[in-house]
Write a protein that binds this ligand. Structure first.
Ligand SMILES: *Cc1c(COP(=O)(O)O)cnc(C)c1O
Length: 496
């Protein structure tokens, strides 16, 4: 059955999957959502026999219905290959009473690789299908991980350029080094004076700037997005929840149709929304546990029904979750508003005018699938230390936020449902915070790469390629700009 996409703020008109991927964001400022969630009509016994790539095809073909079988299989084969350091692509590790779904085995060692290894192929295929002749300019705001993963995916891809904006003092030292050393003649990196929300709002503004769009068109360019507002990011993220479920079944950890909980360390609400879509496809998921750090705007929302971004933006040791405007929540809001674009639009307008909105009781009642909580900095560090000391397994700060929240959930509810925790980054990406959590006295004085070697020694996990690569890499990007200079910087890079 054909799945079409419509805007969360639109008049109901639809586009195909490939058009939605090309556009990234709808012209009315809304996000594209599927007009139906297709059913996962493959039995778990069958899924359990499949490779990651085969599961990816089963899931993605049901959403991206205007891609041919050959096109989609080709995209999948190019994306999930030797760039990943394990054939399983997304392996599960059992520790601390849960299953950690390791989503960091790709090129840049964060879960963004799961979708951004395939997005360039989906996008260039979509361009061909729609007879697009312009070069595609990917504009991306990053809280640290998306930028690098998107550049790794798009570097030297013909017909594309990629421009990444990151908050100058809002990413880890390793994240920054990964970005500023990025190779590829079509890659551009800009540090901005501001936080992630400033970067994201700046990018959205450029997208919605009609004059700029016309200038670009004239010069033979068009914009698209690699942020999780692009449906081409979201759909590949559904795959690993299905794969994880099938893997647990295959290993005899769960019975067929046994429900599991999923815990997701959340920032822009993309990853957990993918889990929600997986549940709506029919994957037996009980609770979707949304874990926040000190920027706990989502926790407050789940408790009170009021989303309020008017608060201090706190820099934490889990910077990829330092976000006060969770873009993808709009897709959930639209849905619990009964797919009502008018109602959703009013709430989003209130968010941009007053920084807040409140949902009604009827909408709130539909959030029963979700549980929200948060972990502060001390709890996050403590959990890293506790799990390391308990079983020798070292997790990163973001994953630790999730593990901390899972513990609170179990204490509160006594729920014994088997649980998958999305492990969103390798500890090597946040080495300093991780090592200082384990032993602050011993590690505080050491350099970043010394810590990398220490981490390898204590975790017995070899240093990933992504880290070896940047030890001595040359710095290729040094642009720094104010937020209001972002459009000018884009024009300069494009020579218009
Ligand atoms: C992006 C990111 C998150 C947050 O994911 P969202 O889809 O934005 O909610 C969590 N952890 C890590 C390591 C990330 O890179």
């Amino acid at each position: 059955m054909e799945v079409l996409y419509r805007s969360t703020r639109g008049n109901g008109s639809t586009v195909t999957a490939s058009q939605a991927i090309l556009k990234g964001l709808s012209e009315d400022g809304g996000l594209f959502v599927p007009d139906q969630i297709p059913a996962l009509d493959v039995p778990v016994e069958k899924l359990a026999e499949m490779s990651y790539q085969e599961v990816a095809y089963e899931v993605m073909s049901r959403f991206l219905t205007d891609f041919t079988e050959e096109e989609l299989k080709d995209c999948i084969a190019h994306a999930y290959d030797k760039k990943f350091d394990t054939e399983k692509i997304a392996p599960l590790t059992s520790a601390d009473g849960a299953y950690f779904l390791e989503l960091f085995h790709g090129a840049t060692i964060a879960f963004k690789d799961m979708a951004l290894s395939i997005l360039p192929y989906l996008l260039t295929t979509a361009a061909k299908k729609n007879q697009v002749t312009n070069d595609i300019v990917i504009l991306t705001a990053t809280s640290g991980d998306t930028g690098k993963a998107a550049m790794a995916g798009f570097a030297d891809v013909p017909g594309t350029k990629i421009i990444v904006f990151y908050p100058k003092d809002g990413v880890s030292p390793i994240q920054e080094k990964q970005m500023v050393t990025q190779k590829g003649d079509n890659t551009y990196v800009v540090a901005i004076y501001g936080n992630f929300d400033d970067a994201q709002t700046g990018v959205k503004k450029i997208f919605n700037d009609a004059d700029m769009k016309a200038e670009l068109e004239e010069a033979g360019y068009q914009f698209s997005s690699a942020n999780s507002i692009n449906i081409g990011r979201l759909v590949p993220q559904i795959v690993y929840y299905v794969y994880a479920y099938a893997s647990l079944y295959k290993e005899g950890k769960i019975a067929a149709d046994e429900k599991i909980n999923v815990v997701v360390p959340t920032g822009n609400f993309g990853n957990i929304l993918a889990a929600f879509y997986a549940k709506n496809m029919g994957l037996p998921i009980n609770k979707l546990i949304c874990a926040s750090n000190d920027n706990k705007v989502l926790y407050d929302f789940f408790v009170t029904g009021e989303y309020d971004r008017n608060r201090e933006f706190i820099l934490t040791t889990s910077p990829s979750m330092d976000i006060l405007i969770s873009s993808n929540l709009e897709r959930l809001i639209y849905r619990i508003a009964g797919n009502d674009a008018v109602k959703n639009k009013a709430l989003m307008e209130s968010l941009s005018a007053d920084g807040k909105y409140t949902i009604d009781e009827e909408m709130k009642a539909q959030l029963a699938d979700f549980y929200g909580n948060y972990a502060n900095e001390e709890e996050t560090a403590e959990t890293i230390r506790r799990i390391y000391e308990g079983c020798g397994y070292v997790i990163d700060t973001h994953t630790s936020v999730a593990a901390s929240v899972y513990r609170k959930y179990v204490e509160e509810t006594g729920d014994t449902t088997k649980t998958v925790i999305a492990s969103t980054a390798s500890p090597y990406k946040f080495t300093r915070s991780v090592m200082e959590a384990i032993d602050s006295e011993k590690y505080a004085a050491m350099g970043d790469f010394e810590l990398v070697d220490e981490l390898s020694a204590i975790s017995k996990v070899p240093v990933p390629n992504a880290i070896e690569e940047i030890r001595s890499a040359e710095i290729r990007h040094n642009t720094v700009a104010e937020v209001d200079e972002m459009p000018g910087v884009v024009k300069k890079f494009l020579g218009i």
